[in-house]
Design a protein around this ligand. Structure first.
Ligand code: SAM
Length: 237
């Protein structure tokens, strides 16, 4: 991996103000060295279910999985589906590998997860159009200052790519507890209403975590701090 290329984990971590993070524990270091190469998304070429899982299957894609709780929870719920998660922060990748390996004491290893240690948009660009069944953007970095708004993942460029990669009927799930991000995201999604329908049945549905949506670490942290958390499901038209 070449440092300082846009999109590589070193550059992303520096950009996001995360220096090196905490040193990895021995077990985590071993997982990064041994398990990650076996389940890493190929760094070049198309990213398809057949190439990653050896068979056609429903594909899920998670942007910035943090510690991987949601990704592992969903993969455990849907063992026949394939999960791709991307995260530039190595401590997060290491925590996710603990879940994937089954070393968290919760059960057997998950064979249906592939991980990219780096930029999600780089991998997303290599997924064929219309190939994704689900795309998750959960508690993205808020970039609350107006001058940093362009760095937010919820922006016209990425959302156009989300629309292209999701199949008709596929689902975009977005969660945040950040009021500035919420306002920004709703305005962006409003501009893309020709591609997405909000799946809320009642006006207040965005206040409750829908079923089949495991809690993420940031969500738990937000609730502990007394924040409201908002949940959105959008169906690709
Ligand atoms: C606020 S944390 C939320 C983590 C997790 N989704 C959760 O809810 O606990 C945002 C995460 O997005 C990751 N991230 C930021 N930019 C990214 C990118 N371009 N591709 C993939 N992940 C990214 C960060 O490293 C960070 O772990």
């Amino acid at each position: 991996m070449t440092a300082n290329k846009p999109g590589d984990p070193t550059t992303l971590n520096r950009l996001y103000g995360r220096a090196k993070g905490k040193a990895l524990r021995t077990g985590q270091q071993a997982l990064v060295e041994e398990l990650l190469p076996r389940i890493a998304v190929p760094t070049e070429g198309p990213v398809t279910a057949e190439r990653l899982f050896g068979r056609p299957c429903s594909l899920h894609f998670e942007i910035g999985f943090g510690g991987g709780e949601h990704m592992a929870g969903r993969a455990d719920m849907l063992p026949d589906h394939g999960f791709i998660g991307c995260e530039p922060f190595v401590n997060g990748v290491a925590q996710a590998l603990v879940h994937v390996s089954g070393d968290n004491g919760a059960g057997a290893p998950l064979g249906n997860v592939r991980i990219h240690h780096g930029d999600a948009l780089e991998v997303l660009a290599r997924i064929p159009d219309g190939a994704l069944s689900f795309l998750y953007l959960l508690h993205p970095d808020p970039w609350p200052k107006a001058r940093h708004a362009k760095r937010r993942m919820m922006n016209d460029g990425p959302v156009r790519m989300f629309a292209a990669k999701l199949k008709p009927g596929g689902e975009l799930r977005f969660g945040t507890d950040h009021p500035i991000y919420l306002r920004h995201a709703l305005m962006v999604m409003q501009r893309h209403r020709a591609q997405f329908d909000w799946l809320g049945e009642k006006p207040a549905d965005f206040l409750q975590r829908p079923g089949g949506w495991p809690e993420t670490r940031y969500e738990a942290k937000a609730r502990k701090q007394g924040h409201e958390v908002w949940y959105f499901r959008y169906r690709r038209r």
